[in-house]
Design a protein. Sequence first.
Lengths: 266, 346
Amino acid sequence: MKPIIKIENLCFGYYPDRSIFDNLCLTVIEKEFWAIAGPNGVGKTTLLNLLCGLLKAKHGRVEVESKNISAYTARKLAQKIAIVRQEFAPLFDFKVREIVSMARIPYLGTFGFEQKADYEKIEEAFELTGTSELAARKFGGLSSGERQRVLIAKALAQDTPILFFDEPTSFLDLKHQVQIYDLLRKMQLEKNKTVLAVTHDINLAVQYCDKTLLLGEHCIFQYGITEEVLRREQIEKIFNVSIYTSAAEGKEYFIPVGKYGKKKDV
Amino acid sequence: MNFIMWILTSRRLILVILLCFLILLLVMVVCACCGTQDISLSRVFEGPSKLPGENVDYEIFMGIRLPRVVLAALVGAALASSGVVLQAILRNPLADPYILGISSGAGLGVIIAFLSGLSFNLLAGSPVAVFAFGGSLFTVWLVWLIGYFAGRLNVTSLLLAGVVVNAFFSAVIMFLTSIARSEQLRATVYWLMGSITEKPASVLGFSGVGIVGGIVILFIISNKLNAISVGENEAKSVGVDPVSIKLAAFSLTAFITAIAVSLSGLIGFVGLVVPHGVRVVLGPDHRTLVPVSAIVGAIFLVSADTLSRTVFGQEQLPVGVITAMAGGPFFLFLLAKYCKGISWLK
């Protein structure tokens, strides 16, 4: 039960008069699968960027493996955290293998060429994500589901204890949504990764995530075991929508109900 | 140790580089033999004679042809490798070595040199070369400064700064050409077209060290260019600091492009077409792209320069005219092929 990420009194805002986080405190234990949920614009992606050092907090500190992230070099931090972002648009026509190989950059020597150990990590990542047959294809020609799997392979090849995902299922159909989350769960269980996934989809969080951080407007936050955080009243309040719940396999799932549905009077 | 590991793990790349380099050497020798005066290689290999003027072939080869061919190779290598790097850093396939305003800065320097009629000799460089070099570096520095204050070296603000500085300096150039005398004007216009002329060995030595050194450092950072060409946040997430890599890459490309410009004027298209051509054939990995583009750029410019001094006999054509005439259609061909490739994928 070793804490791997520790956030203490984190304060941040893009504008002085509008803060996004006010005294956020959170501890992530090793090998946990966290969902970071909440409506648009409450700072889910911002939180990931603060955690991976892309943004600097106004106050407070973020520790990764008991060391302040500002004490890490970019290279060392890249050996701890891999992140799959929402947007990924290579300028040139890279092949899948070349994209995945870039994950090894934090480990390369002066001349910047992969060694045997690097190739092994890359092959392993291809195998685990079932993307070996895509390796020789052009990245630009992949479907959304294949793209996402390749990016997960890239994150895996980076060989970090922590994986961040920003909306990993945003452009995927139902089958590919669960396929991706199955894969994330596999990373957690088989490769002992600590996984943090930003998502709008609270039902995927219910199904897969051990813990959930629910962010709301006006710097509200709540976290804990997923089932305890994601309750109907809480979701209705945070998302400002009425919710219909339905149970399956002992878990409670949430369906948002709009005002002008087909059977209702407009 | 590191170097040995590198050789072991990148045999394919080393083979490609060696092959390209052999072709370059071959092209250089062949081109050095072409010209208005026929010379035979066997006579050249006989070496210098005791009396000057006895082995004319050797003297022409070593004194005129070889320096010129080496110069063309250096300039071609500098322009092509700068083009590759700037396309990656600016995330813009239309980028070329002149995109951040070097061309207008160098042009302005040169016209000032012609108008002022100065004559001096700095490190074996003529006033024109020194002013072109200074003008280039000054402009790039100015563009950085504007880009930095407009948005912390953000790509769009850099490109806009480049466009603005280019436009302003071009206006100054036009103003100066409109008040220039006709012989100064002719010299400036000829320079702007880009031309390769014989240079003393000392100039070749200095610029050779600068250009080759710059390309070697660019090669060493080339795996980080891969990361940056995918996106700056993406680069950061694999531990590459985009700001320092951008600064290093911009300074190096500005430096080697400024050397190239001061040697040969504004030779267009090499820095745009060669990187695209090599990328279509070998893929976008910058670890291959940087060295191979440099060599292919050298081959391209050596050949173009040989054409420029042979097609019209004694009368020499500015090599910039040849590169643009050959480069334009070739670029269209690439564009067509590239677009077809995309639609085929979809």
